[in-house]
Design a protein around this ligand. Sequence first.
Ligand code: GLC
Length: 436
Amino acid sequence: MNERIEDRTRRTEWFRHDRFGMFIHWGIYSIPARGEWVRSHEQISVEDYEPFFKEFNPVLYDPKQWAHLAKEAGMKYAVLTAKHHDGFCLFDSKLTDYKSTNTPCKRDLVREYLDAFRAEGLKVGLYYSLLDWHHPDYPHYGDRVHPMRNHPEYSNEGRDFDRYLEYMHGQVRELLTDYGKIDIIWFDFSYDDMHGEKWKATELVEMARSLQPGILIDNRLEGSGEESGTIKTKNPSVYAGDFACPEQMIPARGLTDEDGDPIPWEACITMNDNWGYASADKHFKSSKMLIRCLVECVSKGGNLLLNVGPDAKGRFPEESVRALKEIAAWMKDNSESIYGCSYADYPKPEWGRYTQKGNKLYAHIYEECMGAICLQGLAGKVDHLRLLKDGSELKVTEFWNIKEYPNDAFFFFDEKRVLTFPLPDEKDTVVEITLK
Ligand code: GLC
């Protein structure tokens, strides 16, 4: 087997086991509160964006509380935006003045986050934007997404991209040198001719791996949410990354390489319709939908990185807190059906999904059924059944109306009630099936 694939498999072992992480998009864009792309979408100049820098002061930032919520929800790792596309740094970089320690808040927000999340036993990651709409040497006019893309007066004459690369590499070096063990670096993103060696990606990856030997790197030095890159081949490039990251969607059959072999992946998904805080966006997904989203990722061999966009004061939106607490309650009862689980040996059942870990098959039941619940193809294969939530016994039934289906196994939650409704947990009722 290809050595790079072997290394990747080894490095991602914990990641493929843990399955569930928290994404945090935070920056001075939480003040305009219209998402992290506000500068680009509204074509705001550096000068007009400056007031938010002068004002940023998240007095209620309490990363211990964030970490606690993540931990309780069953998340095993987190990724915080150290720098997003607007160029603002949440850490005390020596290479720029455009950083949190120079705002009224005066704090190194990255360091505090790292300390708090590590203290809860979570693995820690940092998102770092390859794009930079604040740096004078980053292409302005004519770039696909730069806020000044339509302004010829921001021509690129005299801009020295190599100087930008030195800055960008320098910041990555700072983050991977001065902040202890970092488990994930999440670069974002490549587009047009801005990909791979344009970022001096080989050098960047070699530096990252030499400073942090175990670190996981995403695939966006080469790809984006649109395209995964050579991670999907049997011959990945040096900077193909350790996992692919589909964005705001879950691939129908999980992610595989050209030969159909699974590759590590993580879907990143927002709770409402924005990554960064958006005060008017109340389109929040229910905890039921989010739990099912996690289960879907796991059932297809992937992870879920679920996003929270804290506000300008440093708080998670209350809708996100509520969802995290509801997910926490479900995970307390059912996390065995998530950690260490993956694809099942059986096709997706009618009433929900399967996840599997060795001889434990987990039935995630979403739909009420007319009569007994059917485990297709499992006749004679079930050793015993338990409701995962409380460990209570469920029995394979020989009920009179199923005799014509000898290949399938059936069970009731309650033999006396032959219609299976309502389900014990309407979000997702999990039955642990121990296979023979
Ligand atoms: C994107 C966006 C971005 C977000 C990221 C998360 O590519 O540019 O704002 O941070 O996806 O996956």
